[in-house]
Design a protein around this ligand. Structure first.
Ligand code: SDX
Length: 436
């Protein structure tokens, strides 16, 4: 392993062998070079200059950020410097939301004030409830959520004032407060049940469970184990640095769109089965496997490239996703209350077999956050269509934290990547009767 020489300069020396010219490019903190520093490398003086080509941004830092730190090789995840394991054990979701949004754990007064603000913004305009009637009974809850969040932008036109700190904060509180209400409304519509409205005496997750599962009883008492389990799951899903949906939030927000519209776009990105839709895909996969005796055949189909082992693999983690470990422990707490999810045995056996198989080991494929979370959600009574919604609720805190960081970052401006054109050269229009 090369050692860093003493007294060396933090630069890269680049020799362009096409011209024999040499260039010095500064190496910045974080072991990065500015892509713009490549533009000086040209063959002809009137050339555009060199770009970095990086489809899917696999090796591109799009921003500096102080929100979340991940070390994929060590399985480390920290929110504002605090290890996820400690936050999951000692904190709760609204305290973590304050940490992510404001950058610091709140004092007791700050936490009380934040919880009060969120508690008193959980209602949505009654027209949102009417909006639901436009969806088929079997409409996917995530489709309803994306539409509802986008619709909220029409109820708060002041949200366009993204340059005003107080206005930004008011919209962020509204979103944190209203996401569970929108999600519960989507679920009740899906089940053909009357809507249950927020009640202020519940905790954040207790209120959510009440709006979801209350059926006619005068008093609904959420099971404290399930209430806490959901709170832990929300903590684990709150942010994850520059993932696909956060990038969508930042890119949309960079045009100075309002946060509700940007959030709808981020939710749309999360919906995909390779991202937040993976928890739903895992449950469908485990259900399809159906029995542990079918696992070897399934694994072979994955190794033949016919399908993916959903809930496995990660762009950043090349070790065990630390969240998956915590979720696995939380699952046992939940199953004590709900009874064990029969699919758990298939998931555990699938993990054990995969982690011994060179196909997965050689590709650093380990369980990620989505592999076990769906088992918990299903055991708690959620239909699979709600799983990505349960991801989106807490992740709205991360999206908002990253969105505001982008707006306040002096280095940021509207996102507009370049391309390498590989299409047809200039050609003339041909009238339709002379084509083909
Ligand atoms: C989330 O980015 C984030 O932080 C996301 C997230 C967050 O909190 O925001 O952590 C949440 O989205 C977790 C990921 C959930 N998705 C899944 O579980 C879907 C299954 N996993 C994958 O499709 C895949 O692993 C990704 C999308 C997660 C990562 O894809 P990459 O980094 O682009 O990896 P790749 O597709 O280039 O795969 C590398 C190799 C390939 O094999 P070869 O072409 O080299 O032969 O690994 C194989 C892939 O075929 N591979 C898999 C696999 N994932 C990758 N093979 C089988 N099953 C899988 N799950």
């Amino acid at each position: 392993m090369a050692e860093r020489g003493s007294g060396t300069r933090d630069t890269l020396s680049i020799r362009d062998n096409r011209t024999g010219r040499d260039y010095e490019v500064e190496v910045l903190e974080g072991d990065v070079v500015r892509a713009m520093d490549l533009r000086q490398i040209k063959v002809e003086d009137d050339d555009f200059g060199m770009m970095a080509y990086d489809p899917a941004f696999t090796n591109t830092a799009s921003t500096r950020s102080s929100v979340t730190e991940i070390d994929g090789s060590k399985g480390i995840l920290r929110y504002r410097g605090y290890p996820i394991e400690e936050l999951a054990e000692k904190s709760d979701f609204l305290e973590v939301a304050h940490l992510l949004l404001k950058g610091e754990l709140p004092t007791a007064d700050e936490l009380e004030g934040f919880v009060h603000e969120v508690t008193y913004h959980t209602y949505v305009h009654q027209n949102i409830a009417k909006l639901l009637t436009g969806f088929r009974y079997d409409a996917h809850a995530m489709g309803i959520m994306i539409s509802s969040v986008a619709a909220l932008s029409t109820f708060y036109p002041e949200a366009k004032r993204i340059d005003d700190a107080q206005t930004r904060w008011e919209q962020m509180v509204r979103i944190v407060a209203k996401m569970p209400t929108l999600a519960a409304f989507a679920y009740r519509h899906h089940r053909g049940l009357p809507l249950v409205y927020p009640e202020n005496h519940f905790s954040y997750t207790g209120n959510f469970l009440n709006m979801l599962f209350r059926i006619g009883v005068k008093e609904f008492e959420p099971d404290p184990v399930l209430e806490r389990a959901l709170d832990v799951l929300f903590i684990l899903h709150a942010d994850h640095e520059q993932n696909c949906s956060t990038t969508a939030m930042r890119v949309i927000g960079s045009s100075q769109a309002d946060p509700f519209s940007a959030l709808a776009g981020a939710m749309a990105a999360l919906y995909g089965p390779l991202h937040g839709g993976a928890n739903e895909a895992v449950l469908r996969m485990l259900t399809e496997i159906g029995d542990t005796e079918n696992i070897p055949g399934f694994i072979e189909s994955v190794k033949r490239g016919e399908r993916r082992l959903m809930g496995f693999g990660h762009r950043v983690y090349k070790a065990y996703d630390p969240r998956a470990n915590i979720i696995k422990k939380t699952a046992h707490d939940v199953f004590e209350v709900t009874g064990k999810n029969p699919l758990l045995d298939i998931a555990l056996e699938l993990e054990e077999i995969a982690l011994k198989d060179d196909y997965f080991v050689s590709r650093n494929l380990y369980p990620n956050v989505d592999f076990y979370s769906g088992l918990i959600y299903q055991a708690m009574g959620f239909p699979v269509e709600m799983f990505p919604v349960l991801f989106a609720i807490p992740r709205s805190v991360g999206w908002l934290s990253q969105w505001e960081e982008m707006l306040l970052d002096k280095e940021q401006r509207i996102a507009r990547p370049r391309q390498v054109y590989s299409g047809a050269g200039e050609r003339q229009y041909v009238p339709v009767d002379r084509r083909g």
